[in-house]
Structure formats: C-alpha cells, structure tokens
Design a protein around this ligand. Structure first.
Ligand code: G
Ligand code: G
Ligand code: MN
Ligand code: NA
Length: 254
C-alpha cells in the first residue's frame, strides 16, 4: 500500500521522531527518566500516531529497522542529557511483538548501549502483558537474556492481559506499569482503588517496582502516593515532550 511505501522512506527522510514523557518518583518528586514515544511527521498527513503506523510496520517487517533506530536514538539522547549534567536518567522503549521474535533484538540493544556508553540499567524495555503472555516460553528466554545484560525490564499495560501469578513469580521483571484504565476513575471507584492497591502490594512483595500510567489529576497522585506506588507517568506531570523541550523541563523539576 502507499502508506507502507512512504513508511519505508520515512527513516531515511528523517521523518521519524521520538517524544519523551517524564516518569516521576512519588517518594521524592525526582524525574527518574522518560518513556520514548515514536511519532511520524508525514509530509502531507502531518503528525501520525504510532497506533496508526506501528501495525503497518509490524505487518511489513519495517518495525525491525525502525525499532532498532528507536533504541539507538533513545540511548544517544539520554546519554547527551547525562553529559549535559542532568542526573543519570533512564529511558524506556516500547517493544512490538515482531521485535521480540527477532533475533536481531539483543544485538541491537547491545550495540546501542556500546555506541552511546549508557549503563545497561539506564535502558528500560517495555513489553505489554498481552504480548508477553502470547508467547510466554520464548519471551521468558528473551527476558532472561536481557536481564543477564543488565537491562531494566517492565511489563506495560499491566492488568489488561491475563498474566498468571505463576509467571509473575518466575519472570525476570523489574517493574509493572499499571494500565491507565485502572487509574482513570480513582479516587472514587472502589473496585479500581482495590485493584491498584492490591497490584502495588503484590508487586512489592515480589520485589517489583510499580509505575501508574495516565495520572491526570492531583487527587489521583495523592491516592497513588498513599497506596505506596513508586512512580507516576501522565499528563498531570507532563505530556510527551519534544527532545528540545526536555532540558527546560529537567531544570524546572530537579
Ligand atoms: O504516544 P501514544 O499515546 O500515541 O502511543 C500510542 C501507542 O503506541 C502506545 O501503546 C505506545 O506504547 C505505542 N508506541 C509508542 N512508541 C512506540 C515505539 O517506539 N514502538 C512501539 N512498538 N510502540 C510504540
Ligand atoms: O501503551 P503505552 O502505555 O505505552 O502508551 C503510552 C501512551 O499513553 C503515550 O503515547 C501517551 O500519549 C499516552 N498517555 C500518557 N499519559 C497519559 C495520560 O495522562 N492520559 C492519557 N489519556 N493518555 C496518556
Ligand atoms: Mn509504554
Ligand atoms: Na505500550
């Protein structure tokens, strides 16, 4: 299709960009790092959401070179901010299903770390709960290899994808990101409050950190803090920022 053809050209034409959404610790308000979010600046269509082009990239296999560009660009960018004197920040990159099945992934990750000089723990990889459970045996091996390399591993959109407690116990996971569906009606919805509190307690007992996604209000932040959640990401703290806007954000928030 025409869109696939123009996506194929997008990388070489410099039409892809990363936005960065901050993640803030609830313990001390410190900026821990950013989630890198891919955007396509199409010459005619304008800004295209990943929701619309990631499926095409997956289907066509273009996600492998694009994903590799995302990992390398995110690592270089975080390294540049560290060199500029900001704290040692983490950067989180979203993986797609096709990437987790690609043998190139580990090499891409190790190359990006080597070229940028980032510490492995500064790179966080996010894999959605449903993607993880879809192919749990292969993913278990992949996560074990990534963990052995020192990479920080998160389960994205947690709570929407049927993971069994048995796997949660065995998976080499550092962090859960609670899906924003559970955050949007707290405080107030007693069921969601119970679910969020229970996820936090369970994760902590397993030695796993917890981030809440999609926090938009001061009341949500207060609830999450009281529930013992480690960190938040969401419009309340900041929308995803262009790389140019990040240094100013960091100056104001640390
Ligand atoms: O940033 P936004 O809300 O538009 O993102 C929409 C979806 O696209 C989210 O599910 C997010 O995880 C996904 N996404 C954003 N950037 C990337 C990326 O670099 N790779 C993959 N695979 N998914 C991404
Ligand atoms: O699926 P994933 O969790 O990776 O999706 C990340 C996407 O969620 C980002 O693209 C971002 O645009 C969106 N997002 C981030 N914070 C908020 C928020 O507070 N509210 C809503 N509705 N969306 C958010
Ligand atoms: Mn994510
Ligand atoms: Na995601």
């Amino acid at each position: 299709a025409a869109i696939e053809l123009s996506l194929r050209k997008a990388l070489e034409r410099n039409e892809l960009a990363l936005y960065y959404q901050p993640k803030v610790s609830l313990k001390d308000q410190k900026v821990m790092g950013f989630e890198a979010l891919l955007r396509w600046n199409h010459p005619e269509m304008g800004l295209v959401s990943p929701v619309d082009f990631i499926p095409i990239a997956e289907e066509s296999g273009l996600i492998v070179p694009i994903g590799s560009w995302v990992i390398e660009t995110a690592c270089r960018q975080i390294r540049a901010w560290s060199d500029a004197g900001f704290n040692e920040l983490k950067v989180a990159v979203n993986l797609s299903a096709r990437q987790t099945k690609s043998i190139a992934l580990i090499d891409d990750v190790l190359n990006a770390l080597r070229k940028s000089g980032l510490h492995p723990w500064q790179l966080e990889l996010e894999i959605t709960e449903s993607m993880l459970m879809d192919n749990i045996h292969d993913n278990m091996d992949l996560l074990e290899n990534l963990q052995a390399a020192g990479i920080f591993l998160s389960i994205d959109d947690f709570g929407t994808g049927y993971s069994s407690m048995a796997y949660l116990k065995r998976l080499p996971i550092d962090q859960l990101k609670i899906d924003r569906a559970f955050i949007k009606d707290i405080p107030g919805d007693g069921d969601d409050e119970a679910i969020v509190s229970a996820i936090v307690d369970m994760a902590h007992r397993l030695g796993i950190a917890v981030v809440a996604e999609g926090a938009e209000t001061c009341e949500q932040i207060a609830f999450l803090e009281a529930a013992g959640c480690d960190a938040v990401q969401g419009f309340y703290v900041s929308h995803p920022l262009t790389a140019d806007d990040v240094p100013q954000f960091l100056e104001r928030h640390n």
